[in-house]
Design a protein around this ligand. Structure first.
Ligand code: AMP
Ligand code: MG
Length: 485
């Protein structure tokens, strides 16, 4: 009598069950020669999944979606979205699958989702595939963000499929397995609202409340309270992006989560020299998603969410619109509060100091100073080191630094140590990411693994890692990133 092995994991399907109108059952495309390139053992442990088992054939089959446990119900999710401001009524997972949901060791329900797993009914003209480079990019960027304390989806694994992907050149194919609090997006609400079926919108709202903002269920007006909480979660998230110099690059409403996690690492990158106009994406010609525009765009996206919730907020449209408008307007104050607190921590200040901060940002901008290097150098400055050498006209910095130091608490050692806990030494710098991905595409994974190791411990300076802390060598042209790769 043969005994079948216990399943690697139990995959739930609360989304597929609760919202059958918002997904289609689907299966992954075959992978001709799957080979595991990277496995996130820390995340596997958090999920209560045996990492060794994931490395075996059944595990790798699961990670590319071709060996799904009994009882799982993989689906492609449908959503709409404003892409660069233009509304697209039906987007959806064109090359992705929600394999199912896992309850992690802390009891949190999380999505296990694949990207690059083949065409779905939402693929439009896309090939349903993904290349090794961009999937590893999502892995390293997400891990870097997580290590910086920023809510994010995380990569569990990247598996090379053995398939070829045709882009500008022919590239090796891959599937990314990622974990997120959920994949509910502003675009999911837009799709549900436009479906003309009020019960779908209501079921989606109930599902989102239960999953992400359960306290809203107790509120007098649950839909309005959900909205308030999503607005605050996004205000906090985008403030954190701004504090580390992260540029998402494609803040379309289909890439904005209800959970408040960062998702969809496509053309994203960390800014080098401080400049609010920083844009990396090759297609963002107008700079809609430039670094400095991100808070305003987040608010615009949240206004789109508010519009979808109007029928649930009040039967009287005017009353509902007024209530939703008040919430979306509150984004500005919420964002500023999250950001100003974070900036005070970066500067070691106990109180917010708006004038000092504005003066500093103008200085960093006009003298084109590297954002990450500068903030980290401030603690060195307090220990007698050099921050002024980062400035082409250091006298301006001296004046600012004197005013800054006047506002610092007395115990400079403690201040410097606290600053080092919020100002990273190591970020996923563009030239390092490119270098690691080029090597991986050519078959050498060592630089990628090394980079992940460095950026997942970003606050502790370690000898031998100097090149990971340095800006790109002078003379390199502006960094360019690509969407939909
Ligand atoms: P993104 O910009 O990655 O958020 O993707 C926007 C939309 O395009 C989503 O609906 C994706 O599923 C879809 N998409 C992107 N690349 C592909 C592809 N190669 N094949 C099919 N659909 C894709
Ligand atoms: Mg997307």
């Amino acid at each position: 009598m043969s005994v079948s092995a216990p399943p690697l994991l139990d995959l739930g399907h609360s989304y597929a069950d609760a919202l059958p109108q918002l997904s289609v059952p689907w299966t992954a495309a075959p992978a001709p020669a799957p080979a595991l390139l990277a496995l996130n053992e820390e995340l596997a442990a958090e999920l209560g999944v045996d990492a060794e088992a994931l490395r075996g054939p059944a595990g790798v089959g699961l990670l590319v979606g071709t060996a799904v446990p009994d009882g799982a119900r993989p689906v492609a999710q449908v959503y709409a979205g404003h892409q660069f401001g233009g509304y697209v009524p039906r987007l959806g997972d064109g090359r992705a699958l929600l394999l199912g949901e896992l309850v992690d060791v802390r009891g949190r329900r999380r999505d296990l989702h694949l990207k690059g797993s083949g065409r779905t009914p939402f693929a439009r003209s896309g090939d349903g595939k993904a290349a090794v480079g961009p999937m590893l990019r999502e892995y390293v960027m997400g891990e870097a963000m997580h290590a910086l304390g920023i809510p994010t989806s995380r990569a569990l694994a990247v598996v090379a499929t053995g398939d070829k992907v045709v882009r500008e050149t022919v590239l090796p194919g891959a599937v990314l397995a990622r974990v997120a609090a959920s994949h509910l997006r502003v675009g999911t609400f837009q799709y549900a609202a436009a479906s003309g079926e009020p019960e779908v919108l209501r079921a989606l709202t109930d599902h989102a409340i239960a999953r992400h903002h359960p306290e809203a269920a107790e509120a007098e007006n649950p839909a309005l309270e959900l909205y308030r909480r999503v607005v605050d979660a996004q205000a906090s998230l985008v403030a954190r992006w701004m504090l580390v110099g992260f540029v998402h690059g494609v803040m379309n409403t289909d890439n904005v989560t209800i959970s408040g996690e960062t998702i969809d690492y496509g053309p994203c990158a960390f800014m080098d020299t401080f400049d609010p106009d920083t844009v990396f994406s090759s297609i963002d010609h107008a700079g809609r998603y430039a670094y400095g525009n991100q808070p305003g765009i987040a608010q615009w996206n949240l206004a789109r969410l508010g519009e979808t919730l109007v029928p649930l907020i009040d039967d009287d449209v005017d009353v509902a619109v007024e209530a939703a408008t008040e919430v979306v307007t509150s984004f500005v104050a919420r964002y500023e509060d999250h950001w100003a607190r974070g900036m005070a921590a970066k500067l070691g200040l106990e109180e917010q100091a708006p004038a000092l901060v504005q003066e500093l940002l103008a200085l960093l901008h006009s003298q084109r100073v590297d954002h990450t290097t500068f903030f980290r150098s401030l603690s060195s400055h307090l220990r007698g080191g050099q921050a002024r050498s980062l400035f082409s006209e250091p006298e301006a910095f001296d004046g600012w630094a004197a005013r800054w130091e006047e506002q610092l608490p007395r115990d400079r050692g403690a201040v410097a140590a606290a600053m080092d806990r919020v100002n990273p030494v190591y970020i996923a710098r563009n030239h390092l990411v490119e270098e690691a991905l080029a090597a991986a595409t050519a078959g050498d994974m060592a630089p990628f693994h090394r980079l992940v190791e460095v950026v997942t411990d970003p606050f502790v300076e370690r000898p031998g890692l100097e090149r990971y802390a340095e800006p790109a060598p002078a003379g390199r042209g502006p960094h360019v990133t690509y969407c939909g790769t």
